[in-house]
Design a protein around this ligand. Structure first.
Ligand SMILES: [Fe+2]
Length: 364
């Protein structure tokens, strides 16, 4: 994924009340911070998890207070940041009422609106890409989620997608609005900032098929490849559960690390000041481990900890293959009271690549 990028920002008069607008891109995912310059109230639409610090920084820079965190639909292709931001900012997550996510505080329905300072954010229920898809109108801007993209439309082959419903949402709803409205989609892969409804009606190739059954047939025959991380994105966005990356980041935040070279020097000094705890499986351990390392596979950690690590005051360096499972294991050890547990930076793969000595077979 590309690095965070603020791709456009403006401050323009809408009905004599200034609007502050920021568009942020993470790869092809677009999110929007829009607010009322007079009252400093704002909403954040379709935030993505890697940009959390950037959203907070932009809101602070622009003097905005975010009042609502909104997902236009259940995303299958990126990780929503609404839940995490909601906890940080203590503001509600808003989605359409059909959203399966249990962490949604504010369930919206067609025709309803949220007040954003002096402005209105109006909900248009537009199912089709997903059952819970909605578009949002803010003055002359239309945030179209994945219902309508620039030169494209949202796919309907992912869970709860429905080509017939998308046809109705587009042709009987969205495209009947003022053609001057600007279109701001949740995805854009060619760097375009926005278009207008009129431009899409005239030039969007998917919108040229205006017969409902022909449209459905076209949508069923696109044969698109699955988005990356689809299973994990749906799992976390629908349930509020954590991504694997979040689990690792949470563990890494409470775990100190031992640099490879530092451990090598200390092992060579032979002071025996550590328990080197290898949390891989036995076959990996026997293939090559740090001399003196004790084998305790991660899967057996809680079961064998009392027997294998009787002294909670010992200094422990946990290692695994890549440095990730050992981070989780170290967090668990610390939670259990091993306050001197640390994880080996980089793991055994990095240890071998550094040319550091390994021992094979069992330890006596
Ligand atoms: Fe989507």
């Amino acid at each position: 994924m590309e690095g965070p990028e603020t791709v456009s920002a403006d401050c323009q008069a809408t009905a004599l009340i200034l609007v502050i607008f920021e568009r942020l891109a993470a790869g092809g995912c677009q999110s929007y911070l829009i607010g009322c310059a007079e009252s400093c109230a704002a909403v954040l639409i379709d935030p993505e998890i890697s940009l959390i610090d950037r959203y907070l920084a932009l809101a602070a820079r622009d003097g905005l207070r975010i009042h609502y965190l909104i997902d236009t639909h259940t995303h299958a292709d990126h990780f929503s940041a609404t839940q995490q931001l909601s906890r940080k900012l203590d503001v509600p997550v808003a989605m359409h009422r059909a959203s399966p996510a249990p962490f949604v505080d504010l369930r919206l329905d067609d025709g309803e609106m949220l007040m954003v300072g002096k402005h209105r954010l109006q909900v248009l229920y537009t199912p089709g890409h997903t059952l819970d898809s909605m578009c949002l109108r803010f003055e002359d801007r239309l945030f179209t989620g994945d219902t309508l993209l620039i030169g494209a439309i949202g796919r309907t082959d992912l869970p709860s997608g429905d080509p017939g419903a998308l046809f109705d949402s587009l042709f009987n709803r969205l495209l009947r609005l003022d053609p001057e409205l600007t279109v701001h989609p949740a995805h854009e892969y060619k760097g375009r900032s926005h278009s207008t409804l009129g431009q899409e009606i005239a030039g969007n190739p998917r919108l040229q098929v205006r017969d409902r059954s022909a449209f459905a047939e076209m949508m069923c025959n696109l044969h698109l490849s699955m988005p990356t991380h689809v299973t994990e994105a749906l799992r976390t966005n629908m349930s509020g559960g954590k991504t694997v990356a979040q689990m690792l980041a949470d563990a890494a935040a409470v775990v100190p690390f031992m640099p490879l070279a530092e451990l090598k020097t200390r092992v060579e000094a032979g002071a025996g000041e550590f328990v080197i705890l290898d949390v891989r499986e036995r076959d990996a351990y026997e293939e090559g481990h740090i001399e003196g390392a004790k084998l305790l596979p991660r899967g057996q950690l809680e079961l064998r900890v009392n027997q294998d690590l009787p002294d909670p005051t010992r200094r422990i360096v946990a290692c695994c293959e890549f440095g990730r499972i050992s981070t989780l294991a170290t967090a668990t050890l610390r939670e259990m009271g091993f306050q001197r547990a640390v994880a080996l930076e980089g793991g055994m793969k990095a240890w071998r690549e550094a040319g550091y000595p390994i021992k094979s077979g069992r330890e006596s």
